[in-house]
Ligand binder design. Sequence first.
Ligand SMILES: [Fe+2]
Length: 251
Amino acid sequence: MIPDLDDGPATIEDSLALFRVAFGAGTSTIIATPHVSWDYPAVDAATVQARVGAINAALREASIELEVEIGAEIALSRIGDMSDAEIALLRLGGGPYSLIECPHAGGAAAAIEEMLRRLAGSGHSILLAHPERCPVFQSNPHLLPALVGAGMLSCITARSLTGDFGSRAREYAWELLAAGHVHAIASDAHDAVGRPPDLAPTLARAGLNDSQIEYFAFSSPRAIIDGAPVPRAPRVPAPRTRRWSLRRRPR
Ligand SMILES: [Fe+2]
């Protein structure tokens, strides 16, 4: 959502259009999570801090009552190249959690688990971004539960639930929700139209009820930013139309 930084809006006007959609969808706080990856080597903590400050000034100027907070979506492949201090400066909303991007490319599940455990072991609290969209997580269903069991949290993308990222991501997203392995749902917005920040309306369209939306889009993300204990998640039943339930053998 920071203009002209990574693959988001090109201009501040495009960013403001995005923020108007977010505000209209009921969002009051939104965390900027530009990619810290080898694709965008110019993105660092000092740049993100300065740009988020400029965005908040532009929001006040435009009378959009929205607060943008600092953050980043850090690629696992960049971690080895970053200092602990730099990682800490890019934590979500100044809280204790770093948003770590689950790799889209292949990779061995064991190696990914080892890297994440090592990062956690060096004192970083980890929120995993969109595991449901990543083939290595999809084909290694033990991976996310193991990481959550080790104390990490996970955040899926709202539009995975509506099928915008394909049927495999949709199926796995619902499976993770039903299994209680999801702690927050994010818009992963990139612009005002194609990938907009209409978080709560998207979740309603996906079929979540009001209390589920309140938990995944508001109260649990707030606890994550504040470093408070993440409240207990409401139950999300697996959709009845799921393929595995149709395939169940007759008794
Ligand atoms: Fe991502």
